[in-house]
Design a protein around this ligand. Structure first.
Ligand code: 4AD
Ligand code: MG
Length: 459
């Protein structure tokens, strides 16, 4: 394998001939030399190759244009310019030329323009940096859980149960939609469908994750999740990645402790490994993003019950689009207010009213609130949602009936409460929201390679 540009840039000058491969970002010509900057995505910086016009003719360089793929062989020398080293080229090969209509010319493009060119955008500084940071974070997710003894479990993507009970699911079917088989009473006859029953893409791996936690003690999942929510916002995707740890013999306190430790670990890994990319985000995306991360890592998260949060927020109702009162959903404007104006750091809100949370959360003794927790981050609002689970069979069945869910459909989930049930808890971190938080990128569509959202499924 040839050296990557990141490795070449770390070399000290020597007489060894080195081969550099990548895509031309820019070319500058003067009378006696041409300069080309080559980038291969291994780091933000490109390698400058200096081409002596006494060696390279106009013809040799004819196809060296922005976007072309090239291989250059030369010696590494100390740089005349700002960079530490550059390449004194001895030979050059254009592997794939690139015509003038290449969309990524040397100027700043808007993220909206780049979204239309999603197949090329990893070749820009912004998306290169996002891609590297996302990679670091994915690796950190695994190393955090592995170092802490958690077992990685792959839960199914096609599922017959609705975890969040929100009905925002994509259906999976092989039925001919132009000719749907019907039962006698006019309903869709799912016995004729591929699985013999209705199936959907999963909205969460939690329910299946719980069954593994109740065998393996501490597990986590990390996979794609699908939601057919009609939310056209900067923090919703129809396909996103979620990390869901689940711990047996654990209550909400242990769950919150894990969430805080986990987020800090993942954030720290980016500061450790992606200093150059983070400097780029600070300069061009969000001023102060590095300091914010350092601050978050160094301060304990604030804790607040929903009831207390509502008391604080009610005092500012005239500042909100949606006024707050006990029982209503806390919206993102309120989440931002709590984190940015009140706590000035992440806040964990607990014990939400049962009516605004999912069926599986453990009921508090007051009969009105559940052992839920949301981790709210400044700028973004909710990045983690979790809870202690209802592990008492009767209480869970009553709750399901109350919500109009059919206990039969969740028979295995209920069985888990009959066969060695135990307090357990977990949470889900939206991976893209975490990447947004770390990079400062405003729109979630720009932190995933190919965003899927309402009316958009290009590529
Ligand atoms: O709060 P949510 O819906 O929780 C669950 O799915 C639980 N089953 C998790 C668990 O306890 N194991 O989703 C968890 C997180 C949210 O906090 C948010 O960060 C992210 O997933 N999320 C989304 N991210 C992008 N686009 C969407 N449409 C999202 N919906 C949720
Ligand atoms: Mg949630």
């Amino acid at each position: 394998m040839e050296r990557r540009i990141k490795e070449i840039l770390a070399l000290t000058p020597s007489d060894e001939a080195v081969r550099a491969e990548g895509w031309v970002r820019t070319r500058r010509d003067s009378k006696n030399v041409s300069f080309i900057e080559i980038n291969d995505g291994s780091c933000l910086k490109g390698l400058q190759a200096v081409l002596d016009r006494a060696i390279f003719s106009d013809e040799d360089l004819e196809e060296v244009a922005t976007g072309a793929s090239v291989a250059v062989i030369g010696r590494i020398v100390a740089s005349q310019g700002g960079q530490s080293v550059e390449m004194q080229a001895e030979s050059l090969e254009v592997i794939g030329p690139c015509p003038q209509d290449y969309p990524l010319q040397k100027k700043r493009h808007t993220v909206e323009f780049l979204r239309e060119k999603a197949y090329l955008r990893p070749r820009t500084n912004l998306f290169g940096a996002v891609t590297r940071v996302r990679n670091t974070m994915a690796y950190a997710v695994h190393s955090f859980f592995q170092e802490n003894g958690f077992i990685y479990v792959n839960t199914p993507l096609i599922s017959a149960s609705d975890c969040e009970g929100a009905g925002a699911q994509f259906q999976v079917t092989t039925l001919d939609l132009a000719n749907v088989p019907k039962t006698e009473d006019g309903k869709v006859d799912y016995t004729k469908d591929f699985f013999g029953k209705m199936a959907n893409l999963t909205v969460s791996g939690q329910l299946e994750g719980e069954t593994y936690a109740l065998a393996m003690k501490d597990i986590y999942t990390f996979g794609p999740t699908f939601r057919a929510e009609n939310s056209n916002t900067a923090r919703h995707l129809a396909e996103f990645w979620m990390i869901e740890p689940e711990m047996a013999f654990c209550t909400l306190e242990g769950d919150m402790e894990l969430a805080e430790k986990f987020l800090k670990y993942v954030f720290q890994s980016v500061l450790d490994k992606n200093a150059e990319d983070m400097e780029f985000f600070s300069k061009f995306v969000l001023d102060g993003v590095v300091e914010t991360l350092e601050h978050v890592i160094n301060s304990p998260f604030e804790h607040m019950t929903y009831t207390d949060a509502v008391k604080v927020l009610e005092k500012h109702n005239d500042e909100f689009e949606f006024p707050v009162s006990w029982g209503v959903e806390i919206q993102s404007e309120h989440e931002r207010f709590l984190t940015e104006k009140i706590a000035k750091r992440p806040v964990i809100v607990t014990d939400y009213p049962k009516d605004i949370k999912a069926f599986y959360m453990k009921m508090n003794d007051d009969g009105k609130t559940v052992r839920a927790m949301d981790v709210l981050a400044p700028r973004l609002g909710e990045i983690i949602g979790g809870s202690e689970r209802e592990y008492r069979y009767d209480v869970l069945v009553d709750r399901m009936k109350e919500l109009g869910l059919d206990p039969e459909a969740y028979w295995w989930y209920l069985d888990l409460r009959r066969f060695g049930s135990v307090p357990h808890a977990g949470f889900g971190l939206g991976f893209e929201r975490a990447v947004q938080y770390v990079t400062g990128v405003a729109n979630i569509r720009d932190v995933i390679p190919y965003p899927r959202y309402v009316r958009n499924c290009e590529y």
